[in-house]
Design a protein around this ligand. Structure first.
Ligand code: 6CS
Ligand code: FE
Length: 339
C-alpha cells in the first residue's frame, strides 16, 4: 500500500475535492482514525468493545430500542406541535421538496429549548464522545420528513466531503446520530450505506458553484462520487487508479488476493421507531424516494469533535455556508448540560 496519497495536487489538504479534471487517483485510503480512542475500555452508556470494532470496520452501527415509544411520541409532538409552528416565520430553516408543498427537512432544531435534552442525552452523547475521544458539539441538526408517496431520495454522497469542502471541517472526526421516528424499511426510503466505504475518500469532479447550498440539499450536483468510484466502493476497493493503463481500475489497498477480496455491497438501514443509527461522516450513503404509504421521519444530530472545529474558510468552495447548516458558534457546545 502506498503510504502517500496521490489523490490530488493539493498536498497541503489531503481531503481536497471538487477538482476540475479527474485525477490520476480519485479514491484514496482514509488517513485518520474512525474510532479515535485507542483503548476499548467500557464507558457508561458507551458502546461495547465489539460494537466499537464493528463501527470501526463498517462505519456505522444500528442500536434498536434506544428510545421508547413514549419518548418517540414526545419527540414527534415537539416537532409538529412546537418546533414547526415556532419556526413558521423562519422559511430559511425549511427545505421543501421539489413539489413545493411538502417539507423535506427542517434545520437547526438544536437551538430550540424543547430539544436541549435530546441533544445532550447520554445514550447518544456518551457513544459519540467515546468514538470521537473528545468533547463534541452539534455541527448540524435537522429533521428529515420523507413523506409517504412524495418524499424524494438522495443520491450517493459522503457527508464529510461536503462538510470539508463547503464548511471548512478539517478532518473526518464527526458523525451523525439518527433517531428513527417512524418504522423504517427498505420500502419507505431507508438509508442505504456502503459498509466499509468510510475508509476511502472519493475525490469528486466539478467545482462548487456560488451559493451551492440553495439547491444542494434537494439535489446534490457536485461532491458526489462517479459511477466508477461507487463500483469500486461496492467491491471493497479503496483505491481507483488509471496510472498504468489509462483505464480506471479498482485496487485493494491490502495484499488480500483478489479472490478473497471483501465485497461490501449495499446495506439498507432498517429499524423500528426508537432505533438509533450512528454513522461516520465519510460513509457513502443515499436513499430511494418514498413511494410507500408510510412516512419515514428521522431526527439527525451531527456531532463534530471540539478538536475539529471549522476553519474560517471552506477548503473547496467560494463561500462558507450559513450557520443553520454549519454551526460556528461554540456557545452551543458549552451550553449543553450533561445528565
Ligand atoms: O449538505 C449537508 O450538510 C447535508 N447534506 C446531505 C445530503 N447529507 C448530510 C448533510 O446534512
Ligand atoms: Fe448525508
Amino acid at each position: 500500500m502506498l503510504d502517500h496519497c496521490q489523490c490530488n495536487v493539493h498536498f497541503d489538504d489531503i481531503y481536497y475535492s471538487r477538482v476540475s479534471i479527474e485525477n490520476e487517483v480519485s479514491l484514496c485510503p482514509r488517513r485518520n482514525p474512525v474510532v479515535w480512542s485507542s483503548d476499548r475500555n467500557s464507558v457508561d452508556d458507551g458502546l461495547t468493545a465489539d460494537q466499537l470494532d464493528f463501527y470501526d470496520e463498517y462505519g456505522y452501527i444500528v442500536l434498536p430500542s434506544l428510545f421508547s415509544k413514549v419518548e418517540i411520541n414526545e419527540l414527534l409532538h415537539n416537532i409538529t406541535d412546537t418546533y414547526l409552528p415556532d419556526i413558521a416565520h423562519r422559511k430559511d430553516l425549511l427545505v421543501m421538496e421539489q413539489n413545493g408543498q411538502d417539507v423535506r427537512s427542517a434545520f437547526e432544531y438544536h437551538k430550540h429549548p424543547v430539544f436541549q435534552e435530546i441533544i445532550s442525552d447520554s445514550r447518544i452523547l456518551s457513544k459519540v464522545e467515546q468514538i470521537l475521544n473528545s468533547h463534541a458539539y452539534i455541527h448540524q441538526s435537522r429533521i428529515n420528513f420523507q413523506k409517504a408517496f412524495t418524499g424524494q431520495g438522495f443520491s450517493w454522497h459522503s457527508d464529510f466531503e461536503t462538510w470539508h469542502c463547503e464548511d471548512g471541517m478539517p478532518l473526518p472526526r464527526a458523525l451523525s446520530a439518527v433517531i428513527m421516528l417512524d418504522d423504517t424499511f427498505a420500502f419507505n426510503g431507508a438509508l442505504m450505506v456502503v459498509p466499509g466505504s468510510h475508509k476511502s475518500y472519493a475525490v469528486s469532479v466539478g467545482e462548487t458553484p456560488e451559493r451551492n447550498w440553495e439547491t444542494s440539499l434537494v439535489d446534490q450536483r457536485v461532491g458526489g462520487p462517479s459511477g466508477q468510484q461507487l463500483k469500486c466502493l461496492f467491491e471493497g476497493a479503496s483505491r481507483l487508479t488509471s496510472r498504468q493503463t489509462g483505464v480506471n481500475t479498482c485496487e485493494d489497498s491490502s495484499s488480500t488476493p483478489a479472490s478473497s477480496k471483501p465485497t461490501h455491497g449495499v446495506q439498507y438501514v432498517e429499524g423500528l421507531a426508537g432505533t438509533v443509527f450512528f454513522f461516520d461522516s465519510n460513509l457513502m450513503h443515499g436513499s430511494h424516494s418514498n413511494i410507500s404509504p408510510l412516512d419515514r421521519r428521522s431526527l439527525y444530530m451531527v456531532y463534530n469533535s471540539m478538536e475539529n472545529q471549522l476553519k474560517d474558510e471552506p477548503y473547496c468552495a467560494p463561500n462558507t455556508r450559513p450557520e443553520r447548516l454549519a454551526t460556528r458558534d461554540p456557545v452551543w457546545i458549552h451550553d449543553i448540560k450533561r445528565d
